[in-house]
Design a protein around this ligand. Sequence first.
Ligand code: APR
Length: 249
Amino acid sequence: MREMLEKAADVLVHSKMTIALTGAGISVESGIPDFRSAGGLWEKFDPAEYATIEAFRANPEKVWEMLREMEEVVLQAKPNKAHIGLGELEKLDCLHYIITQNVDNLHQAGGARNVIEYHGNSATLSCIQCGRQYNASEKRGEHVPKCACGNVLKPDVIFFGEAIPAEAMNRSFQLASVAQALLVIGTSAAVSPANTIPGVAKRNGAKIIEINKEETHLTSTLTDIFLQGSAGEIVSGLVGEVKDRKAKS
Ligand code: APR
């Protein structure tokens, strides 16, 4: 593992444009379950009934059951060593953008500045009828938050069946096209179109460094350097190796 970590650090130190694609696995050590691991969210809530825009429109009260349970966990979550380490890599000019599928705001809380929220963010809610937007914090007391117009409010996160925000989609594609290195951290790469980003980067010559506690379908197809283990530990190790190299240069 150490040799692979050193190889990954060499890539990061020499890359002029490094981006990261992160998924729910990077926040598991902050206490937020991921979706598809054993004990993950989709084991408890069927995504077909809780995570599609049709399900939300048909029965918002039911979907808010899950959303309120998730919110409890996210509100107590703190950035872990992986989030903080990526913020440090950004400061070391060894990471330039983070494209995250997560909606927990932990990258920003961990010090990262250039974060592209591919699946939106849970900090605001919008009315599915009139479009009025609220801070989630001002609606915390209402189990099923309502707009002043009387309709149900929906978190500004992307449900299955909704389009990725155009700005996030275009910017991510653009960055993947010019990246020299891509860190893929804590994602099963099961969901499109986020899972097309590694292929775009690879086709444009980027080195793919994957950090995951287990192999994914990327590992044997696109990944150049696979660092298996917990994101917190591996990212911290990576930061240490990069700092050593920067100190010697
Ligand atoms: N360290 C490293 N990797 C981890 C850790 C950890 N501590 N814990 C879990 N993982 C890995 C799992 O092995 C898995 O490969 O993180 C990945 C999480 O995969 P998913 O649960 O599928 O989450 P994600 O890839 O983010 O899902 C993508 O699907 O349901 C939608 O919108 C939702 O954004 C989400 C999208």
